[in-house]
Design a protein around this ligand. Structure first.
Ligand SMILES: [Fe+2]
Ligand SMILES: [Fe+2]
Length: 187
């Protein structure tokens, strides 16, 4: 698989293994939720394609593709890698499916009114088989039992709490993603 060889060169071994895990879990979740399995697999494989780039290479791609990062993303590689990854997937891996590209761009922050694929990649990234943190079993239980929005809300709440504890800034998309799920649950 061409995608695979190219990706391996861009990632550390552990990041590559994580990407395969996310792809496989995303494909499994697609079966549960009736999403496109192939798209989920590709999005999972590519979601962290920009994660291991050094600053110089990141800047090279930002210039090359005229990537507009917001102030939060400019300050944080952890946020920037998702957006830049969306462009690398498009232009370097020739992925033209907007749904795949958006699920890569928003896999770190979440987004308001996420598509099913965006939700699957977000949650698969957090709960793939090698992940381990307090509360992961609850998340996996929810997501395996068709409670995707509850799983998402729980993990967004966890993320926001953690970011507050560490006194870091919260990306507005994360807040919007959470608020949207709460409003939607009330409808
Ligand atoms: Fe990531
Ligand atoms: Fe990831």
């Amino acid at each position: 698989m061409v995608l695979d060889d190219k990706l391996k060169k861009m990632l550390t071994q552990s990041r590559y293994i994580h990407s395969v895990n996310v792809a496989e879990y995303a494909r499994h979740l697609s079966e549960i939720y009736g999403a496109d399995k192939e798209k989920a697999y590709i999005a999972g494989m590519l979601h962290d394609c920009a994660k291991c780039l050094d600053n110089e290479t990141m800047n090279y791609y930002i210039k090359k593709y005229d990537i507009k990062l917001d102030d939060y993303e400019k300050e944080s590689r952890a946020l920037a890698h998702s957006i830049i990854g969306g462009y690398i997937a498009k232009y370097e891996f020739k992925i033209d499916d907007e749904e795949i590209l958006n699920s890569i761009k928003y896999h770190t922050t979440g987004n308001e009114n996420m598509t099913l694929l965006e939700k699957i990649i977000y949650i698969a990234d957090l709960t793939e088989k090698d992940r381990d943190f307090n509360g992961i079993e609850e998340l996996r239980y929810l997501v395996e039992n068709k409670e995707m929005d509850k799983a998402l809300l729980t993990s967004l709440n966890n993320t926001i709490s953690l970011v507050i504890k560490r006194n870091h800034v919260i990306h507005p998309r994360t807040v919007n993603a959470r608020n949207y799920l709460i409003y939607n649950a009330k409808k």
